[in-house]
Design a protein around this ligand. Structure first.
Ligand SMILES: C[S@@+](CC[C@H](N)C(=O)[O-])C[C@H]1O[C@@H](n2cnc3c(N)ncnc32)[C@H](O)[C@@H]1O
Length: 317
């Protein structure tokens, strides 16, 4: 298995993290280890803890990043267990956190994983192949209303109702086993005149993938944990690939950047809310034209970076 893809906005991420040689860093989405490798290059006495749900990614990164010895601490886990993971290594705070959300190019390109609407493979879509729920279970097991909700909420597809109804109708005759079969159902459900702007199955595939992997569940709380476990001056960098993730990151950063929210008519602050971060990217950073020409998947990527301020709320882990 090869993890040869160029990491998204690599330079901006590494610069944004402002890596210190003796710092403790957390890469929640190890993937092909591209971002992790650049962080490790800059560490002298520091450590990098890196998680991925995908055992293939962990195994490949263990090999690729082996030269960094015990500076590199890969963990097969969900980054949402961040606090527990850093605590297990004896850390209460870190100097930087990186999240490059979603699926990796390896997962998308590896057809047998069933993430892609190109090709024809078993409906799987699990990042962690140890988990029980698969795309097959969602497509063949969810009721029509629940399917409609998933496709609408996580795919923001205007034809969610038609697609859900078509899935249910098709599976009444025969189970939907492969990505190709699912694509054909969606193509029939979406009116032809709306099939010009991008692949008609794109949004449904995104939606099912988000549902299978619980991608948005607990993301907000996890971001708060991460920010509050940063040392003063520590940085968090998050790359998102669609508006649902982007909204969560944006709202979380906005809230953490806001001071007192008391009614302006009150003479003194009673809410006690303190600004905890400075958002360094007033507008999200996007990929350059050059990067886009090399990697079209960077098109929807947005990078947001924030710095922890001194003397703000600290949580004990
Ligand atoms: C976009 S890729 C990361 C690519 C990586 N930055 C690189 O340089 O190659 C996202 C990776 O994060 C993993 N992932 C997604 N959500 C996760 C989660 N909640 N916990 C742990 N890993 C996750 C996926 O399995 C995938 O390998």
């Amino acid at each position: 298995m090869e993890f040869n893809h160029v990491p998204i906005m690599l330079e901006a991420c590494i610069e944004g993290l402002n890596v210190k040689g003796d710092g403790i860093y957390f890469d929640g989405t190890l993937g092909g280890g591209g971002h992790s490798g650049e962080i490790l290059k800059r560490l002298t006495a520091g450590k990098l803890i890196a998680t991925d749900l995908d055992e293939d990614a962990i195994a490949a990164a263990r090999k690729k990043l082996a030269p960094y010895g015990d500076r590199f601490l890969p963990v097969h886990d969900n980054f949402k267990n961040f606090k527990e993971i850093i605590t297990n290594y004896g850390y209460a705070e870190v100097d930087g956190v990186l999240l490059d959300l979603g699926v990796s190019s390896y997962q998308l390109d590896n057809r047998e994983r069933g993430f892609s609407y190109m090709g024809d493979s078993e409906l799987d879509m699990r990042m962690d192949r140890g988990q029980a729920l698969t795309a097959y279970d969602v497509v063949n097991g969810y009721g029509e209303e629940r399917l409609k909700y998933v496709i609408s909420a996580y795919g923001e597809d205007r034809f969610a109702g038609r697609i859900a109804a078509a899935i249910v109708k098709r599976r009444e005759k025969k189970e939907i086993r492969t990505t190709g079969e699912l694509v054909s159902v969606i193509e029939e459900a979406v009116p032809k005149k709306f099939q010009k702007d991008g692949h008609p199955a794109k949004r449904t595939f995104q939606a099912i993938r988000i549902e299978v992997n619980g991608e948005l569940d607990g993301l907000k709380d996890c971001l708060y944990d991460m920010v509050r476990s940063l040392k003063p001056g520590g940085r968090i960098a998050v790359i998102t690939f669609h508006s649902l993730e982007a909204r969560i990151v944006k709202q979380c950063f906005k809230d953490l950047e806001t001071d007192c929210v008391c009614d302006k008519r009150l003479p003194v602050c009673v809410c006690g809310k303190k600004k905890e971060i400075e958002v360094l990217t007033k507008k999200p950073i996007t990929a350059s034209g050059e990067e886009l020409s090399l990697n079209p998947r960077a098109k929807s990527a947005e990078l947001r970076i924030a710095e922890k301020l001194p003397n703000t709320l600290k949580i004990s882990v």
